[in-house]
Structure formats: C-alpha cells, structure tokens
Design a protein around this ligand. Structure first.
Ligand SMILES: Cc1cc2nc3c(=O)[nH]c(=O)nc-3n(C[C@H](O)[C@H](O)[C@H](O)COP(=O)(O)OP(=O)(O)OC[C@H]3O[C@@H](n4cnc5c(N)ncnc54)[C@H](O)[C@@H]3O)c2cc1C
Length: 482
C-alpha cells in the first residue's frame, strides 16, 4: 500500500515540496487553513530572487539562497512563470554604510555569489539616474532577480495536482497526535490519518513543532508593509534598490516588480498576532520616509494599493529544515522568512530527498511534465492575439481593462487543476483587478464568471473565502421582504 504523506500549509514551500514529492509513489495530501493556495507570506512579499550576499556565511539561509537563486530561471521557465534578472544594488549614504558594502561584498563572495562589484557615485547614477545623488556608492549584484510569488505558488500546486496531490482547503491542523504507526492530524472539522507529516505552516510552524518535540522553537511575527505604484513609473528604476541592512532585515527597498509596477517597502515590525496583515498610517509613512532616501522624487499619486505580509522569523535566525529530531515520520520547514521564496527550489529538493530516503519512497514511472502557463493576452503581439481569439472567442472579451485580461483567461484560471474559487484567486492568477482601478470595474463581471464556473449563486461568491461575500442578497429577495 502507498504511504500517506500529509503536508500542512500550501504556501510556496508546501507547494514546492508537494511537487517534488509527487514524483514518488505515495498518497499525497496538502492541508491548508486558507481557502486557496498561497494565503500566507507567499502572497505578500517583495518578490525578489535574492543573489545571496546578505545571509551569514555557513548558515542554511546562505547555502539555500545561493542554490535556489542559481536554479530560478530554469525553475520558472519549466512552469511558464514570469521571471526576470535585472540585478540589484545596495546603496550606501554614509562612510559607515560604505564599509557595510565591503562586508556584504566579501560575504557574497564567501557564499558563492557571482557577478558582484562595488560602484562609486557616478557609476550608480549612470545606471540608475533617479537614485538620490547623495549616494556614496553601491554594491551591484547582477544575479538578483524578480518573480511573481503567487503565480509561482499556483503553478507549483497545479503541477503537484497534475501528479496526483490532493489539496484540501479551509482545514487548520490543530493537534498532531502520533499513533503506533503514524499520525492523526485533528482539525475543527475532523481528522486526517497519515504515515508521514510535513509541517510547512509558515508563521504557525513553531506552534505545530512544539506539540511534538521537546526542543522548542519560537517564531516572531515580523510584519512588512508596502506601497504598490502603478506601471507608469516603472521605468524610473530598472533594478532593485536596497539600502544597507539592519538587524531587523534587508531594509526598505524601491524595486520594479516582474510585471512592471514599482514596490516600496517593507517595514519590519514585531507583532503579537500572526494573522494581522493590516496596514497602518504610521507604517506606510515610515516606508515613504525611508524610501525617499533612495528616491527623493516619490509621488504617492501613482500609488494603487498598500498591503502587508508577515515574516516567520525564528528567534535563532536560521531556517530549520528536515526531520523533526527523534520523532518518527515527522518533517518540517520552520522559520522560512526571507530569502525563503528565493530558496524554495533548493528547500523543496532538500526536504523531498530526505523524506524519500527516510521513508524508502520509490519514484513513479509516469510523472507528468508541467503544463506551462500560457502567455498572457496582455503580453501578446497583435498576431498572437488574433490567433488566441480564433482559438477561443472568449479571448476577444476584455474583462479587466487596466491589466488587459480576457474572459477566456479568467475561465481558464478557474478550471486549472487547483483553480481559483474567489475574486482574489482570479486576481492573483490572471491579474484581473491588479491594476489602477483595483477591480472597481471588473469585479462584478469576475463574480458572475466565478458563479457560472463554480455553479454557485452570485451571493455565495467571495472576495477571499470564508465570509467575505460580496453580495448580501438579490433585489427580488429584498422586494419580497418589503
Ligand atoms: C514582507 C516580506 C517580504 C519578503 N520578501 C522576500 C523576498 O523578496 N525574497 C524572498 O526570497 N523571500 C521573501 N520573503 C520571505 C518569503 O515570502 C517566505 O520565505 C515564503 O513565502 C515562505 O513560504 P511558506 O510556504 O513557508 O509560508 P507561507 O506562505 O506563510 O505558507 C504557510 C501556509 O500554511 C498555512 N497554515 C498555517 N498554519 C496552518 C495550519 N495549522 N493548518 C493548515 N494550514 C496552515 C497558511 O495559511 C499558509 O498558507 C518575504 C516575506 C515577507 C513577509
């Protein structure tokens, strides 16, 4: 009989591990407390594929960052996920920061990062003329990249599902109980049996770890708030612009996204509630004040939204990955804060190899290659658009005008192996609602399409699962009540 493997958490790490393990002859389930894949830190981060100069040499972070970053281009190309490698700079504004650049440079070389160099003021301004002219110098890392973290996570989930992984949503693992042969994972709604459990629950990972191990872990919830600016300012910076890191992290960046927006942030605030992804006036003002040091000309009129994500910072500072010491059939990834997104290909391979060896798993003969994400209509040439419309006339119906997303693309996103079930699920898979109007125009039409595809009444369509319904009733219902 096939071993039952249960992954807890469908973030980029859980999904990447699921995809690696779907190569083996196992009964694989991913349990997620959210209503969709990618509902934790993986949906709200900077989307940078870090070069690897920042992590302390000798740590798991340093090793997996550099390994992950080197694999990224091929990793994304195989899945059809957008990735680019424009490079990054760390800017110095004081003599002390100029010394920090030297430290980062040496650290990068020690970590095995290629294509690092130190620039003077003129060289910085020649490459990025919108940088504050008071800059004293910079570290240039040409291998720094950009990725869409949610598009990557959805693609990984789809590939795992294509190879037999089951995804179960709205189920929170509450208690892990070891039985003679394996595990029972209790949720509010029931229980799941497994031979092997893998804890990939992000900010909750220490809580689940501490239930089954005497070697206690502690996660500090470190929130990062952002400003997202519209496309029209994108050309102002071609690379990711960091400031010098502090003990709280890599600091506030000004960076293009892989889709051409400009991102400012994040803050680094330790907060008690791991689910508090609110933004605050103080936090957002702090981002602007700090980012102005990099780019004095920020114009907030181009801001289209704000958001925040929570880092799972383990108090000892490094990633914890592997078998839970002394506990049979239990594996984990704990404290996967930045550079977790960058490291995910390497983390997934490392952990899946350990599980395969530890549990004596055998490879499948019929592992299927991923179905690449199609080129978005937005990026097609006129000729490609004509062909797309000929293949499916619904590609001729524009639903999101800001981001140029068609009805055909939205229906396809709902029909994917792990398809969208909410307005936000459609938004992150297709970019409908990601633009300047933030869904003001297209959300009603997206809701109609979701209702048709999922065969549910419009009143059941949600923005982001649970009780986030858009409509409270129908007009005829309310007339009937009068
Ligand atoms: C502000 C910020 C900026 C960042 N910037 C970068 C960057 O530029 N580059 C980079 O490499 N990394 C970056 N990171 C780090 C990166 O986002 C994370 O390392 C990565 O997303 C972690 O993925 P994960 O799957 O471990 O966690 P998550 O994405 O949080 O996934 C964990 C999942 O587990 C689910 N879950 C939790 N508890 C339970 C439970 N009990 N039962 C069932 N499900 C559960 C959650 O709902 C969630 O979906 C950043 C992080 C933040 C917050």
């Amino acid at each position: 009989m096939q071993k039952k493997v249960l992954i807890i958490g469908a973030g980029v790490i859980g999904c990447a591990i699921a995809r690696e393990l779907s190569r083996y002859q196992i009964d694989l389930t991913v349990l997620e407390r959210g209503h969709d894949v990618c509902e934790g830190s993986s949906k709200a981060n900077s989307g940078i594929v870090h070069a690897g100069f920042d992590a302390k040499p000798g740590t798991m972070k340093a090793k997996l960052n550099v390994e992950g970053s080197q694999q990224y281009e091929a990793f994304c190309a195989e899945l059809g996920v957008p990735y680019s490698q424009p490079g990054a700079m760390v800017l110095a504004f004081t003599d002390e920061e100029t010394e920090t650049l030297q430290v980062l440079y040496r650290q990068g070389i020690e970590n095995g990062v290629k294509d690092l160099s130190l620039l003077n003021t003129a060289e910085v301004l020649a490459l990025e003329p919108n940088v504050n002219p008071e800059v004293k110098g910079a570290l240039l890392a040409k291998t720094s990249g950009l990725v869409s973290p949610y598009e990557l996570t959805y693609a990984l989930a789809d590939h795992a599902a294509l190879n037999g992984a089951h995804f179960i949503f709205n189920e929170e693992a509450e208690t892990l109980v070891q039985t003679g042969d394996g595990w029972i994972v209790h949720t509010r709604n029931g229980q799941y049996e497994a031979d092997v459990i893998i804890n990939c629950s992000g900010v909750s990972s220490a809580k689940l770890h501490n239930q089954i191990s005497d070697d206690k872990r502690e996660i500090i919830n470190r929130r990062g708030q952002y400003w997202l600016l519209d496309h029209d300012v994108h050309r102002l910076f071609t690379m990711t612009m960091f400031q010098c890191p502090t003990k709280m992290g890599k600091g506030v960046l000004v960076s293009p996204t892989v889709h051409g927006n400009l991102l400012l942030g994040p803050t680094a605030e330790d907060i008690p509630d791991a689910l508090d992804t609110s933004t605050t006036a103080e936090g957002l003002a702090n981002v602007l004040n700090t980012a102005r040091k990099t780019w004095p000309g920020i114009n907030t009129r181009t801001g289209i939204t704000n958001f925040s994500g929570i880092r799972a910072h383990e108090k000892n500072g490094d990633f914890i990955i592997g078998r839970v010491e002394g506990v049979k059939g239990a594996y984990e990834t704990v404290g996967i804060e930045s550079p977790g997104l960058t490291s995910c290909p390497a983390i997934a391979k490392l952990l899946a190899d350990q599980v395969a060896e530890g549990e004596a798993l055998e490879k499948k003969a019929d592992f299927k290659a991923p179905v690449k994400l199609p080129k978005p209509f937005n990026e097609m040439t006129d000729e490609e658009r004509r062909a797309a419309i000929a293949a499916d006339p619904l590609n001729g119906k524009l639903i999101c005008r800001c981001e140029v997303v068609t009805e055909g693309e939205i229906r396809a996103a709902i029909r994917r192996p792990v398809g969208a079930t909410s307005i936000d699920g459609v938004k992150r898979r297709t970019r409908a609602g990601m633009g300047r109007c933030q869904g003001g125009f297209c959300s009603p039409r997206v809701a109609e399409i979701l209702a048709e595809e999922l065969k549910i009444p419009m009143t059941e369509v949600t923005k982001c699962g649970n009780e986030s319904k858009l409509l409270v009733g129908t007009l005829s219902d309310s007339f009937a009540e009068v």
